[in-house]
Design a protein around this ligand. Structure first.
Ligand code: FPP
Length: 237
């Protein structure tokens, strides 16, 4: 869809933006605060950016909230992130009022029961929203996702010769929505870190030095402007 910025030419807004919300720990350290204060600030940025995406007509937003590797962090930090997620989920009615649909991708089976319940409630309450579809990746890892997909395919008895790229895509957590057009990673790191590795095969990548808690709508605008300058060929010419 097109979104006209004030005094500017129309531009294409990516249908699906995926974000690696990186830099919370460094943001907190710079301020002499505990790491979880950085995650709390990052959660506020996430809410602001999701609202902005909804406003400008992004259809799908997928954010990396907790990876399959993040369990290696100190228990206090893991607990802190889970508490931020809990608070967010308890508050999710506000989002629903704004016509934002909430979904979760990742392996939920090992998450605390109350979080699983809250996720189901948020998904159910928001299922009729027609604005932004917002997906939080929780206990998500791209390789783990592919392993799950392969196990499902084998368990269904699908024959090797019948397996196509579509078969794999259809067994990923993201099977019901399009691949990301644009993947954003702030905080100066330039890698995917196991995020949507299958789905981002043809995504445009955009990196910024801004730490996630400091990321603002204007930074998203810069990413979208840069996206508009890219020439997506999908392997063609
Ligand atoms: C990466 O920064 C961030 C995470 C591992 C967690 C992100 C989680 C949130 C923003 C809160 C989740 C909750 C909701 C509701 C979205 P880092 O800790 O690796 O930062 P660093 O590289 O500076 O140490």
């Amino acid at each position: 869809m097109f979104f006209k910025k004030k005094n500017d030419a129309p531009r294409v807004v990516p249908e699906h933006i995926a974000i690696i919300m990186d830099g919370n720990g460094r943001w907190a350290k710079k301020r002499g605060l505990p790491r979880n204060a950085g995650h709390a600030a990052g959660s506020k940025t996430f809410k602001d950016i999701a609202r902005y995406c909804n406003k400008i007509g992004v259809k799908h937003l997928t954010v990396y909230a907790f990876s399959t590797e993040n369990w290696k962090r100190p228990a206090e930090e893991v607990e802190g992130i889970m508490n931020i997620l809990r608070d967010y989920l308890k508050d999710s009615k506000n989002y629903i009022k704004e016509n934002i649909m909430l979904k979760f991708i990742g392996d939920r089976t090992v998450l605390p029961d109350d979080i699983k319940e809250l996720m189901l409630t948020a998904e159910d309450d928001s299922k009729n929203a027609t604005g932004l579809c917002c997906y939080l990746a929780v206990n998500y890892g791209g390789r783990d996702e592919i392993v799950h997909a392969v196990r499902d395919i084998v368990n269904k008895g699908i024959k090797a010769e019948d397996i196509t790229e579509d078969t794999i895509s259809e067994h990923l957590y993201t099977n019901y929505y399009p691949d990301p057009d644009l993947v954003i990673r702030p905080s100066g790191e330039q890698r995917l870190s196991n995020y949507l590795i299958w789905q981002s095969a043809y995504s445009e990548l955009w990196f910024s030095d801004v730490l996630w808690p400091d990321f603002k709508a204007k930074d998203l605008d810069r990413a979208i402007d840069e996206y508009n300058k890219r020439n997506r060929r999908f392997g063609g010419i």
